[in-house]
Ligand binder design. Structure first.
Ligand code: ASP
Length: 327
């Protein structure tokens, strides 16, 4: 029996066509991708559906919620799902879905393209074909297929604007490499448990880079602006100037605003005990992003706050590895 795979389209370059001179704009192609997939029906039983048709920069937490609910509503009728998505925020949506669909019993593969599917020279067909095949392989988690790799969805980040290999998974090997042969990586299965759909996200979360010589005033401003959570991107292992930043973190946490410390580095993990600045941030109530990507660290904070967690309960939730995100 061929696996039953449903394609859910949300837009992105894959389905775009030229709009204003020099720009690409969403088109009806997005809803008609099956016509470009000839031959794939020999391997999988394919169906497709357009959910919406947006540049992914225009997607946000409300779309993550709707998408999670749409996926959950279709799971019983398929063996796997492929979500067509713009590349710009695909890593964010993949992270959000991984938290919203804990214990996912089937495969959900996100993919997109750097060039439209309607163009002769396109990476879209390669990405969609491989995503559909991966979705039929009973890998029950949210993943991203791009270029030649199937990645854990909450571990990817977009690292190239022009390359066909636009995504990397800096701290977790690919689940599969789809070359001439299919090679499996050493990726431990994400924690399994009962399937729970909880797609609540609080969008009042900011990301603030630490700049040399800064004193945390931007964090005070974020708190004053009504943010409920802030991800501070420190240096290296989570370090920051000792004058100003730890004090601002203490003011924020005392005001009930959750603070996570991330890093400006792509590889490696945050270790707040490594240097005095990071240690002071930890003592002030900052939570470590550990191995998480910036996208996963931020979305997990949005999710924890969306679930109504705060204080010690939020810290416990945040620092527990829930779906292989690397907390
Ligand atoms: N701007 C597009 C989007 O994210 C880029 C792409 O799909 O590659 O929707």
């Amino acid at each position: 029996m061929k696996p039953r795979i449903r394609i859910l389209s949300t837009g992105g370059t894959l389905g775009m066509l030229p709009g204003e001179p020099g720009t690409l704009a969403p088109s009806a192609v997005s809803d008609n991708v099956l016509q470009y997939m000839r031959g794939l029906e020999a391997e999988v039983e394919l169906s497709a559906e357009g959910l919406w048709n947006l540049d992914s920069s225009d997607m946000g937490p409300e779309h993550w919620t709707r998408l999670a609910e749409a996926i959950a509503a279709r799971l019983d009728d398929v063996d796997g799902l492929v979500v067509l998505h713009g590349t710009d925020t695909m890593a964010w949506t993949a992270a959000a879905l991984s938290f919203a669909l804990r214990g996912l019993p089937k495969a959900v593969v996100l993919t997109g393209a750097q060039r439209p599917i309607a163009w002769v020279r396109t990476d879209a067909r390669n990405n969609v074909v491989h995503s559909a095949l991966c979705a039929g392989m009973a890998i029950p988690e949210v993943t991203v297929f791009f270029g030649r790799w199937l990645f854990r969805g909450n571990r990817v980040t977009k690292t190239s604007i022009q390359s066909y290999e636009a995504f990397e998974s800096p701290n977790c090997p690919p689940i599969l490499e789809m070359g001439v042969e299919v090679q499996a990586g050493e990726v431990p299965r994400a924690a399994q448990g009962p399937f729970v759909v909880d797609a609540r996200f609080d969008s009042r979360v900011a990301v603030l880079p630490v700049v040399p010589g800064s004193d945390g005033a931007t964090l005070d401003q974020a708190v004053a602006a009504g943010m409920r959570g802030v991800v501070v991107q420190g240096f290296g292992a989570g370090n920051m100037p000792q004058r100003g930043w730890p004090q601002a973190i203490a003011r924020a946490t005392n005001a009930g605003v959750a603070v996570v410390v991330h890093s400006q580095c792509l590889r490696g993990h945050v270790q707040l005990g490594s240097y005095e600045g990071g240690r002071a941030a930890l003592d002030a109530g900052g939570m470590s992003a550990a191995w998480m990507t910036l996208e996963a660290a931020t979305v997990k904070l949005m999710h924890g706050l969306g679930r109504g967690l705060e204080g010690a309960a939020l810290a416990e939730f945040y620092t527990t590895d829930l779906v292989g995100e690397g907390a």
